[in-house]
Design a protein around this ligand. Sequence first.
Ligand code: SF4
Length: 427
Amino acid sequence: MDLEEKISLLAAAAKYDASCASSGSGADSGSRGKCGFGASVPAGVCHSWTEDGRCVSLLKVLFSNSCRFDCAYCVNRASADLKRGSFTVQELVELTCEFYRRNYIEGLFLSSGIFADPDIVMEKLIETAKTLRRESGYGGYIHLKIIPGAGEKSIREAGVWADRLSVNIELPTDKSLQTLAPQKSGQVILGAMGDFSGLSAAFEEDRRKTRFLPQGKSAAPVFAPAGQSTQLIVGASAEDDRQIINLSSALYRKFSLRRVYYSAFIHPGGSARGSAGDLRLPDIPGPPLVREHRLYQADWLLRFYHFAADEILENNEPFLDSHIDPKTAWALRHLDFFPVEINRADYETLLRVPGIGAKTARRVLETRRSRSLSFDGLRRMGAVLKRARYFITCGGSFIERPDDPRRIRRILSDIDGAGMQLPLFEF
Ligand code: SF4
């Protein structure tokens, strides 16, 4: 198989992994050096978004699409009848450097099928990252996948060369893993996340101790400065949104994850139940994209809007409202919390207003130090008044008094349309 063929095969095989975004890592990764080089076709280049909304390009490939595991939801599962291939470390190093020199990419996202013992697979990923850093002088972003079952030693080594590591939790419960990915175990996956957290804290402590060394002595290495992330497949198993949000909240708390990525389930055969007709998979007409979008919004509420998991879905509601975003849904359930007076409310209260994002809330507080705000001023600061209008007063005046929550819901549902136009960063 020639290199071009390998690129298209192993890039296509990697596209279902959503757990990459080159956020949280500065351009300077400590002692990793920098380079500015670039020749080949840009197959395998994907776009990711940083936490501040910046778009970055990554070369996203698998080292190999051969796999001993047989996860029902995966195109690369052992029982799938498909062409298999693997890069060599040298091929991947040259490819990454070439794409980087040509400005096709700002980073590498490297995962792999489990073609051998997990530590041996990890060794190949680590060798690629290490060669890029040490021999090619590559200073771009690197995201490596932790192969389930890899030991702490491999995770330690990977974190020294990569900016970010991730191990995919894949499904929300052990029961679903047993059904759809019987060779995987929740305990092993959570164990790897725990190893990462422990190592990250230990490296941080070493760096703190070696911060003020005499000249000539080098500080302790940085460990995966962009932290760890994970991916959760939505809709392949029966768990509801409540279980998913509770799980994400626990993962953020326990393992200080930077991101949980939600990936709407795509049938591996491309149609309902896939070409394999696997009865363990749900019979759904297409990927649940609106559900995925709402989960991202709920995740945003957990991480930036100080919502607790049980505030996002209350009273045993199993699923997020597909017609309105979860913050508006909360506001409509708590009309007694409103109206919020824009010229008096504190930051936490402002964050609860639909249409006012974290950035706008900070601007409001800053501006109020010198003058009071009008609705127009609020709009100029970025507030979405067609959403906020039912929930705020300015100097005691309403734009519109909230009356019937069902009417407001209807109007705001129309604003959202199918729910996909809502900006992810300010809602
Ligand atoms: S371990 Fe499972 S999800 Fe990963 S490549 Fe193999 S079959 Fe696919």
